[in-house]
Design a binder for this molecule. Structure first.
Ligand code: PMP
Length: 464
């Protein structure tokens, strides 16, 4: 395979990166320590990646952050984006675009009950739009300005999104945060003792966990609560599919207290969980849905905030209030590369029947992880939905004490040395990222799934 950078000055590129790039989510030492070169990815195909040294990797986390749903090297997406960009690359503000209209129509067909798409560029931004919609409605409807978010959920990196952030590690040192955001408890059955629900299991636990949200609404005053923002399956907080009975009860509670349900599909959306959207697997009817990562699989930056007609109608022109329209804009929401890429991305998922592949490969991945759990006492819990699975590592199965992060990282590093990229997350408590996560592209084959879990098996054997 030709790798142009390797031909041209790999050392120069490595040194330029070390000298000038501030890497995301990274401590400095690994990059400033000249004994370890920063790893620079040069090329990808399917689930495979090649770095600047020529080393091959199998990507078990879809671009590190569960994004590249249709895999690397999709020339047809690049071609569609190129054709669109040379024709008309951008117009911002209130004018529309051909791919913008076409993608909105195709997307809405997959989302019965919803009708309007507001374009933006990142998951954080889409969530900010949703929060602003809720706040603006509150200004008209009275005092329902509070937005509830869940412990362990993450909604983005801006101060607004961190205000709705349930992960201590992400929030530490960035406060003070915006007022009017209120936390509700998580719903992780493996950690149900933390919720005082240790005596319940299955659906009883799920309903009781949802009722904890009701308790918060009643405590805050239903007249002050405008929206509840939840991930369908919590991602970075430790890969947490909700327990049985949880979502139907959450929906009932929202209806009863007139609380808008905002579902953050930034990770789950566009196939990751085996349906177009995670919420659809639970029969939920949201008022607002946000999405980003899988929308164009990272081939272009695009996010969407999608609402029902009822929400949209609250912004209808009102002669008595000239400010009653959504006074929001994202400059690059007018970039046509996003919807052009998103149209092809969606076509690929349909034509290759990738949702069916997710179901089949999910079963294989979960079976493999369960087998590893029988073999390795350090795996305390495995959980997942679609190609979105986690294995929580513990120091002691009885006490469920999380495994020290250094050891978890050693497992991840060992996999990396084997040429397999996986992640570790949780972020609920700083220094406790003890859940290995697996989110390969939706095109993963049985061999690739086995390759991933075999590497983890070897890593666990070596490290622990
Ligand atoms: N919501 C969820 C559930 C996420 O996992 C993320 C990012 N990991 C975001 C929102 C924020 O997306 P972005 O990084 O594109 O702003």
């Amino acid at each position: 395979m030709t790798v142009p950078f390797q031909v041209n000055d790999p050392r120069g590129i490595i040194e330029a990166d070390r000298a000038h790039v501030w890497h995301h989510l990274s401590q400095h030492a690994p990059y400033l320590d000249t004994a370890v070169d920063p790893r620079i990815i040069v090329e990808g195909k399917g689930l495979k990646l090649w770095d600047i040294t020529g080393k091959e990797h199998l990507d078990g986390v879809s671009g590190g952050v569960w994004t590249v749903n249709v895999g690397y090297g999709r020339a047809r997406i690049a071609d569609a984006v190129r054709d669109q960009l040379v024709k008309m690359n951008f117009f911002g503000g209130s004018l529309g675009s051909v791919p913008g209209a076409q993608f909105a129509e195709r997307l809405i067909k997959k989302m019965p009950g919803l009708s309007r798409v507001f374009y933006a560029n990142s998951g954080s931004e889409a969530n900010e739009k949703a929060f602003k919609i809720v706040r603006q409605i509150a200004h008209r409807k009275g005092a329902k300005h509070k937005i509830l978010y869940r412990d362990r959920d993450y909604h983005g990196t801006t101060i607004g999104c961190l205000s709705a952030g349930g992960q201590q590690e992400r929030n530490a040192q960035y406060g003070p945060f915006a007022p009017g955001f209120v936390e509700v408890p998580h719903c992780l059955e493996y950690r149900k003792d933390e919720l005082g629900l240790g005596h319940l299991s299955g659906e009883d636990f799920g309903v009781a966990a949802a009722n904890l949200i009701k308790d918060v609404i009643l405590r805050e005053g239903p007249d002050t609560v405008g929206a509840l923002c939840l991930e369908p399956v919590t991602a970075g907080g430790g890969v947490i599919p909700p327990p049985e009975g949880y979502w139907p009860r959450v929906q009932e509670i929202c209806r009863k207290y007139d609380v808008l349900l905002h579902i953050d599909e930034v990770v789950c959306g566009i196939g990751r969980t085996g349906a177009w959207f995670g919420y659809q697997q639970y029969g939920v009817r949201p008022d607002i849905v946000t999405m980003a990562k899988g929308v164009a699989s990272g081939y272009a930056a695009i996010s969407c905030c999608v609402t029902t007609d009822a929400v949209f109608e609250m912004f209808r022109d009102d002669p008595s209030d000239p400010l009653n329209y959504f006074r929001d804009i994202s400059t690059f929401g007018g970039c046509t590369a996003g919807p052009a890429a998103a149209l092809e991305n969606m076509a690929i998922i349909e034509e290759e029947d990738l949702l069916a592949n997710v179901d089949a490969m999910s079963d294989r991945l979960m079976d493999n992880l369960r087998r590893l759990m029988e073999k390795h006492a350090a795996i305390g819990d495995v959980r997942g939905m679609g190609l979105f699975c986690g294995a929580e590592l513990v120091a002691d199965r009885k006490t469920r004490e999380p495994l020290a992060e250094a050891q978890v990282q050693a497992v991840v590093k060992d996999c990396m040395a084997q040429g397999v990229i996986i992640g570790a997350t949780n972020r609920s408590v700083p220094g406790r990222n003890n859940t290995l996560c697996f989110s390969p592209a939706l095109i993963a084959t049985a061999d690739e799934i086995d390759h991933l879990t075999d590497a983890v098996d070897r890593a666990l054997t070596r490290v622990l």
